[in-house]
Design a protein around this ligand. Structure first.
Ligand code: ATR
Length: 512
């Protein structure tokens, strides 16, 4: 079992008791009481002897990242006091034990080392020292330099001689806190609520349990994630983890922070794909890595969906190990989501799009995907972009593959009376919710027009409201978002995605 432990800074008896009760209520298995600045022996005895969860007690000195100004002797004495009062474990720094005998206690010791700036230079030596120490449990924590440091943590857990707590701090180290259970750590730390943790990168107990499926994680759990920078705002973990839970699929979906360069992406892929016991099984790829993913798959001889190659962007990697060999494939679920959103709204098939004229606003990543997908179905496409050169280049690239694509001005686009309008610009996106790329909808929208806004925050953009007021049919961005995620889910699991649930998860997370 890997315990879920909440670290609590003790400032007074009542606060500590309240926090222990909150930790128990939110589902923590254990608490760590940080008594750095709280040294009243009688109250400590009372706190520890009446605690409703197992307790680790720690009095962390300033020189090891804590707040205690006490001497080694004073801190050791405080630990002996709480040990005699029945603390479950006592945590003491390896550095303290180098110059002092261990506390006189029958309680098991956690012997710990922390590096708040980087990976310890002599990790191997530290480990030998920890293994030779009088501790029952080893604790080794450092600040991740990049996401790859987590693999070293997992390796330490795999090779452990004693029960081990091994974690990386910082945003890049977050996955080590969640996957601690997969690799059999003694415990992981979580905070009482978001933002109240004792270390950078901590996740709240509730998030750990509800968002990151803590109770379901086991050594065989397959790992998925979204590769991005930044990544913490992504809604994909909420959607995919909810879908895994609803379908009883043994998977966990993580935010994977990988720096923007191709070299960083490649290094991440090479190390994570091959790491034994990690079971990396599928990835969502987003900004700024969609082109990197395509290049990586090309270099590695992966299979690439032809339209994803034509668009120049892969947003999903499928990792298949079922045959014993590793097979990688790259797809773009955004283009299918764009096409399927339109065909299902109109009750037509993709081939019928050849009869339609479509106006695409924007020539960024999503605009490019829309133009390529629609042209491939034979639609006639007009594309406008604020920076006109980008629209012209896009039109030149996709014109005739199969449909006709032409670049135009915004005025002409509005007057073109296309039967489908797709907004792929960020105009109208939260927080600029009062903006619309079209000033006067009367000029272009009628009850026969279909208006599709790829923005999903807010759920109903100003453009969609304008369209509704003109009696036009509309497709909201959430439709595309759910469809692309559902296709990813299907490609990874071979199961039908719980689309309604996925939609509800996004709706709950977005402002109304
Ligand atoms: P995505 O991957 O979501 O498509 P992107 O590639 O950054 O994002 O594209 C953003 C799109 O919104 C571009 O078409 C951009 O126009 P430019 O190419 O001229 O930058 C468009 N866009 C952003 N802000 C805009 C604004 N204020 N008015 C018009 N278009 C805007």
């Amino acid at each position: 079992m890997t315990y879920l432990c909440v670290a609590i800074f003790v400032t007074d008896l009542a606060q500590a008791r309240r926090d222990i009760a909150l930790a128990a209520e939110s589902g923590a298995d254990m608490v760590e009481l940080r008594i750095d600045t709280f040294t009243d022996a009688d109250q400590l005895r009372e706190l520890v002897s009446t605690a409703i969860l197992p307790v680790i007690v720690t009095c962390r000195p300033e020189w090891e990242g804590g707040n205690s100004e006490a001497t080694d002797a004073e801190r050791i004495s405080a630990l002996e006091t709480v040990g005699a009062a029945g603390a479950t474990y006592l945590d003491i720094e390896l550095a303290t034990l180098r110059r002092n005998p261990p506390p006189a206690t029958d309680r098991p010791l956690i012997v710990s080392t922390h590096d708040f700036t980087s990976r310890p230079a002599k990790l191997g030596n530290l480990l030998i020292e920890l293994n030779q120490s009088p501790g029952t449990i080893n604790k080794i924590v450092w600040t991740a330099r990049s996401i790859r440091d987590n693999l070293e943590v997992f390796e330490l857990l795999k090779q452990r001689h004693k029960p081990t707590i091994a974690l990386c701090m910082g945003e890049a180290g977050m996955i080590s806190r969640i996957l601690a259970k997969k690799f059999g750590a003694f415990l992981t730390f979580a905070s009482l609520s978001t933002g109240t943790g004792t270390a950078a990168g901590q996740i709240s107990v509730r998030e750990m349990k509800e968002l990151y499926r803590w109770d379901a994680i086991n050594p065989r759990t397959k790992v998925y994630g979204v590769v991005a920078q930044p990544v913490m705002h992504s809604m994909s973990p909420a959607i995919h983890n909810a879908a895994f839970s609803a379908t009883n699929y043994d998977g966990i979906y993580l935010p994977l922070l990988v720096e923007g360069s191709y070299e960083s992406f490649k290094a991440f892929m090479e190390t994570f794909l091959d790491f034994e016991g990690l079971d990396l099984s599928g990835l969502s790829i987003t900004i700024p890595h969609k082109e990197n993913a395509l290049r990586y798959l090309q270099e590695r001889g992966g299979e690439i969906e032809p339209l994803a190659a034509a668009i120049g962007a892969v947003n999903t990697i499928v990792i298949d190990r079922s045959t014993g060999a590793l097979r990688l494939s790259g797809i773009n679920t955004d283009y299918a989501a764009i096409l399927d959103s339109i065909t299902s709204a109109l009750g037509i098939e993709r081939k019928d799009l050849a009869k339609h004229r479509v106006a695409v606003l924007g020539a960024g990543g999503t605009g490019r995907t829309a133009v390529a997908a629609l042209a491939a179905c034979g639609a006639g496409v007009l594309v406008w972009n604020r920076t006109s050169e980008k629209a012209e280049a896009l039109a030149q690239e996709f014109n005739g593959r199969t449909g006709q694509v032409a670049a135009t001005t915004l005025t002409e686009l509005i007057q073109s009376k296309c039967d489908i309008y797709i907004n792929t610009t960020s105009v109208g996106m939260y927080p600029n919710v009062d903006a619309s790329p079209i000033d006067d909808p009367a000029e272009c929208f009628t009850s026969d027009t279909l208006v599709f806004d790829t923005i999903y925050n807010p759920l109903k953009t100003k453009l969609l409201k304008q369209a509704e007021n003109r009696g036009a049919k509309t497709i909201a961005g959430i439709e595309m978002f759910v469809r692309q995620a559902a296709t990813q889910f299907g490609a990874w699991t071979g199961k039908a995605a719980p689309r309604e649930l996925m939609r509800t998860v996004i709706e709950r997370k977005l402002p109304k």
